[in-house]
Design a protein around this ligand. Sequence first.
Ligand SMILES: [Zn+2]
Ligand SMILES: [Zn+2]
Length: 125
Amino acid sequence: MDDGMDDGVLPGDGQDWPLPPAWMWGCEDCFRLYREMKHPAARDPLPGAAVPAEGEAQLRLARHIAAEHRAELPGYAATCRVCVDHQARTARDRAMGRSTLTTEQLAREHRARHAFVPDSTVHLP
Ligand SMILES: [Zn+2]
Ligand SMILES: [Zn+2]
């Protein structure tokens, strides 16, 4: 099987990283940000420059997905306490007539991680 993705970017380094959904591979930015997250050295940093922490790259990718891939965003996961918390906050803000822009944005950035982060770490805020 040759799906053109076997270039070392895929998960499989012994962690429980999920296989990212197909729509991520169809997006240049997703692919680039994912690769940077998994292989910080691929960023080719300037000599002496600090390699960005994995968390930063993960956040960049989550933000990109939240902004550009709303249609594909994973839904709230009933088994994830962070999802449940975001959902409750959004519902509360809406019920109180407050703006849900911020809460919904944070919720989207979290939900985006469900697409590409292991379950063991996605539950972190
Ligand atoms: Zn993308
Ligand atoms: Zn969640």
